[in-house]
Write a protein that binds this ligand. Structure first.
Ligand code: DGY
Length: 331
């Protein structure tokens, strides 16, 4: 039997993540493109020292029981932690590392791309460049401008701030934000702290950047969409479960809101027959927030370094703090 620590990796990761681990550990990587099935995950976890995972691989009691007492550290290649039972890990003395900060720029850039695309109706535009449309009407595919608009940010954390800083360049009239507390750094973008309802009622663009916690699942429901302006555009780069998706589909279909740009859905991938694909006022991207080469390499490297630190009994570079999980990172 090998004396090296055993590391289980639940999906293929770039060399920046796997090479440092291979230098010191016995590494096993789930070889398929699909998510590792739960039973296989439990079987492979037995006796490992570390798990390198990614949402939605569930690190719950069952999985921790299957891994057993050898498990010292879980490193998730994500900032999001909704797939990990942090309390249970803590109770068992298992360290949990994640990837805050390194993805802020990439997620903020994708958010701007979604917002611009939804506001200027690019999905409809792409669909009618085949010569069949006349394009003669002066109001042909007219959308909305960001300049002069009010932007409402739900969750002004690291990513929310990165989005607001970029949007300043688009001559936004006003930023509103909501969340579990007022942020002193909001002053930098002159963002006003308001209630969720006030944000919905007054924003031209509503951007969800918050992390998921026990209180905000389904936050965007029928009642919330009803409070939004009929001209409002909803952008979600948080998690699909923040939204009641049937209510969103209804709001987009009936004109309760103008449009949406979604990088996250329930489930992921979104089934081909979901109405969200065919609605021309809804753009869906496949959870690409952090998907730049630079950022994914940095996330992989940070996850590997977190794991190696945990194996050596050192402090993790980015250890999960209880508040970040219990109260949401910025919401
Ligand atoms: C994250 O890191 O949480 C991103 O959303 C990717 O899952």
């Amino acid at each position: 039997m090998s004396a090296h620590p055993r590391v289980l990796i639940t999906r293929s990761v770039p060399p920046a993540g796997i090479d440092p681990l291979k230098a010191e550990c016995d590494v096993w990587v789930w070889p398929e493109e699909d998510q590792i099935p739960v039973e296989e995950f439990k079987k492979r976890a037995a006796g490992v020292t570390a798990i390198f995972c990614h949402p939605p691989d569930m690190i719950n009691r069952d999985l921790l029981d299957a891994a057993g007492p050898s498990l010292k550290v879980v490193g998730t290649m994500s900032v999001g932690l909704e797939h990990i039972d942090i309390t249970e890990c803590r109770r068992r003395g298992i360290k949990v590392g994640h990837c805050p900060n390194v993805l802020n720029d990439a997620v903020a850039e994708l958010t701007i791309a979604l917002l611009l695309s939804a506001a200027r109706r690019l999905k409809e535009g792409y669909a009618c460049t085949n010569g069949e449309e006349t394009w003669q009407n002066a109001l042909f595919l007219c959308g909305h401008e960001i300049s002069g608009s009010t932007i409402g940010i739900v969750g002004l954390g690291r990513i929310g701030m990165a989005v607001a800083r970029r949007l300043q360049a688009f001559k936004v009239a006003k930023f509103l934000y909501t969340g579990n507390s007022q942020k002193s750094y909001a002053e930098e973008v002159k963002a006003e702290f308001v209630s969720f309802d006030k944000l919905l009622e007054n924003s031209d663009f509503v951007i969800a950047c918050c992390s998921i916690n026990a209180n905000n699942r389904g936050l965007f429901n029928k009642a919330a969409f009803k409070k939004m302006k009929k001209s409002a555009i909803f952008i979600n780069v948080s998690r699909g479960v923040l939204v009641n998706q049937d209510d969103l589909i209804e709001a987009l279909t009936t004109g309760e809101i103008y449009g949406a740009g979604l990088d996250v859905t329930t489930p992921e991938p979104l089934p081909p027959d979901s109405p969200l694909h065919s609605l021309m006022n809804c753009l869906v991207t496949p959870h690409l927030g952090s998907a730049s080469l630079k950022t994914r390499n940095e996330m992989a490297s940070l996850t590997a370094r977190n794991i190696l630190a945990g194996i050596r009994g050192e402090d993790l570079l980015r250890c999960v703090v209880v508040q970040a999980f219990d109260f949401g990172q910025g919401f």
